[in-house]
Design a protein around this ligand. Structure first.
Ligand code: ADP
Ligand code: UDP
Length: 244
């Protein structure tokens, strides 16, 4: 695919966004090698992280697309870039949990690893300055994340379908999907599609055989082998994708 990278529009913690010359409807996302946690209070990086996360996001979005769950992905370009549809992003992060871990295990004083009878869907208000606070449905409506309760219900329904797809996809790579975060945006013609990334930065993934953590918790909790784990996740997903 021929394209020409234009001006940088935004630099975030994990990605840079660029215009694509001649295509005002697209955004080029460059995945960076940096790694941050706790709203960027903790910073790190490893060589090739951008490439690994681009590759994982691409595989996941291609898998979900086949399941009728569209994303912003247009094409992979370069080693660590993806051309995407420019979206009107919803100011919400949607988290789905299958197993208790992280902040929610702590909040209820329950042990990390406690399985949930049914998946939990949670909304967080997307605002770095406020450190993405948890919000109720009514608070989401108050902050005009969307206009109506039925739109919130649609987001929950998409999140649960994504969860079912991801459990299957990661499961085939011998990975247990503990929890994950997605972002969504609206296309010009009003469709709601998956955006941003789905990677070990945004999912908790535990090896099904050993229970070993294979995601950003290795960095958050100084467990070592961060790079090896991300590469292993990418390799397993690629192998599964190519064997189909
Ligand atoms: P952060 O902004 O949290 O530091 P990133 O470094 O990942 O995170 O930056 C990527 C930014 O691009 C995020 O703010 C995300 O919401 C936004 N984004 C993701 N996909 C799209 C898209 N298709 N169109 C417009 N913005 C997008
Ligand atoms: N998550 C994310 N970005 C955020 C917050 C959470 O990608 O800004 C992901 C996180 O990696 C985990 C899930 O969402 O897979 C649930 O995170 P949690 O609320 O437990 O937060 P944490 O314990 O990491 O603070």
């Amino acid at each position: 695919m021929t394209y020409s990278k234009g001006a940088m529009i935004y630099e975030g913690k994990a990605k840079r966004l660029f215009e694509v010359e001649g295509h005002p409807e697209w955004i080029l996302q460059e995945f960076k090698d940096s790694l941050t946690a706790f709203n960027a209070l903790k910073k790190g990086s490893f060589d090739g992280k951008g490439r690994v996360n681009r590759d994982i996001t691409s595989l996941v979005f291609r898998f979900l697309e086949k399941r009728g769950l569209p994303s912003h992905r247009v094409a992979d370009v370069g080693t660590n870039e993806m051309i995407t549809e420019k979206l009107d992003m919803l100011k919400v992060e949607v988290v789905v949990r299958n197993v208790l871990a992280g902040s929610t295990a702590k909040k209820f004083g329950l042990e990390e690893g406690t399985p949930l009878e049914k998946p939990l869907v949670e909304f967080y208000y997307k605002d770095d300055v406020l450190a993405d606070p948890f919000i109720s449905d009514d608070q989401a409506l108050m902050m005009k994340v969307v206009k109506t309760q039925s739109e919130l219900d649609e987001l929950k329904s998409i999140a649960l379908k994504v969860n079912a797809g991801l459990i299957e996809f990661f499961g085939a790579a011998n990975l247990k999907l503990v929890d994950f975060k997605i972002e969504l945006g609206r296309t010009k013609d009003g469709r709601t599609v998956l955006a941003d990334e789905i990677t070990p930065d945004s999912c908790r993934l535990w090896d099904k055989s050993t229970g070993e953590k294979m995601d950003k918790d290795r960095f958050r909790r100084d467990l070592g082998n961060v790079q090896e784990s991300y590469v292993e996740v990418a390799t397993r997903l690629k192998n599964h994708w190519e064997s189909k």
